[in-house]
Every structure is written in C-alpha cells, then in structure tokens.
Design a protein. Structure first.
Length: 102
C-alpha cells in the first residue's frame, strides 16, 4: 500500500520481492487508512464480521459487508479511503502481489 496517513494502524507482517502482507487495525468507528492508491493487485481477508465504508473520488461512498475469513480481490489503481463502520475494534489482512503474473 502506498503512504496513507489515516488513523488506522498498518503493520507489515511479511515483505519480500513478491508479496507484502499488512494487518490493518481499526480501534474505533471512523478510523481510516487515509486516501491511497494501490500500485499492485491485492487480496483482503477480514478478521471480523461487520462493515467497512469505502470513500471514492467525487464523493461516492460504498458500504462493504464483510465476513470473517472470506477474502476478496481488487485490482491496482483505484484511489480510496477505508473507514471502520463498526462499534468495535476490527482488522483485516491485506496481501499485495508485488511481482507481475508469470
């Protein structure tokens, strides 16, 4: 993930030539990653049942309902800010694919 300056805490757990794995932790409702754009395709694995609010350019907002352990895939390039829509601490693991497909 690029340099985001939100209130959520990102902790890189693995980083090598091919993969970066980051845990994102949101302590309270409204904590956010900060606006950013991914340079690589990625997978998100929620560690909770609940919702995230996704802000997109132009004021568009999406609420994503997530289920613990059920991953989703996104392609690189979309600018966004991710906010917790939950009244409890929550987290997800983000896995970025740093090399091109073979």
């Amino acid at each position: 993930m690029c340099d985001a300056s939100g209130t959520a805490t990102g902790t890189v757990q693995i980083e090598n030539a091919r993969t970066r794995v980051t845990e994102w932790r949101f302590k309270k409702r409204g904590d956010n990653t900060g606006w950013h754009r991914h340079d690589y395709d990625y997978v998100v694995v929620p560690l909770f049942d609940g919702a995230l609010q996704i802000k997109l350019p132009g004021g568009e907002e999406i609420t994503a309902q997530l289920q613990n352990g059920v991953p989703y895939f996104r392609e690189f390039g979309v600018e966004h800010d991710v906010l917790s829509a939950n009244d409890f601490e929550c987290a997800f693991v983000e896995i970025e694919f740093l090399d091109k497909a073979r």
